[in-house]
Design a protein around this ligand. Sequence first.
Ligand code: HSE
Length: 300
Amino acid sequence: MFAVKVPATSANLGPGFDTMGLALELYLEVQLEIKSSRDIELYFNGDDKEIIDNKPEDNLLIRAMNRVFQESGREMPGLRVTVENRIPFGKGLGSSAAAIAAGVHAADFLLEQRFSRKQLLKWAVEMEGHADNIVPAVAGGLTTVMLYDGQVYFQKLDFPDEIELIVAIPDFNLPTEKARSILPEKIELKKTVANLQRACFFLASIYNSDFNSINMAMDDTIYQPLRKQFIPGFEQVLHEAGNSGALGVALSGAGPSILAFTINNKEVIGEAMQRAFKANGINSRIIYLRANNSGVKIFT
Ligand code: HSE
């Protein structure tokens, strides 16, 4: 028996659309046990278990495992798989990326770690489509990713311990395809430059532990102004978080969750964000987290 534990992730972080992501201390945990018979038994505990696909052949985690076994040319053994999930689905917190990351690493462990991390990442990104969630789920911390000549490259920064994270999770889902369907093919040079400046500024601010201007650095000009049509109260939540002392705030991945950073007064900020959603007719749950700096872990 062994277990794989993978963190949730928040992609984009404002200006870093499809580029930056942060791993969060909120987890998908999977226990796996080899059986003598060839079938897969799947059991679920935790959040959203009723909407996870119970059929092993359709389940993302099992599909990711199958992909790695196919590449290896070996047959997947029969398994008893128990999933304990705390990452809500359809909320912009990387639940699919976590399932895929868990699947490729579990398969590789069963295959006695024959594939490189780079290779596993490449397959995981192919399955997920968005490297900015997969990479922090695997590596932990604050990551910046680059796809070049079909390969996945990334850099990781340990996220500062003193920054606390506030996640406002509204009680509706926003499918990533819908959130991407309204994005333009082309972007004005001025907006592109603004986001590039801010994304670089954000990373350097974290690297230098100088958090004074990250509120400006997290102010995206490209996709949030378009996605906010799907998120009632979006602007008000951002505004209230900032007014209550957040260091920076942004849509988490494709949304609809909203992520804020702070050094202190997290409850004041969280409650202000919740009130702003409520004022727009939306119930929300607030969770307080730290960043995860270690990524995928396997326990034996
Ligand atoms: N960068 C992606 C997006 C993340 O915002 O569409 C989706 O998980």
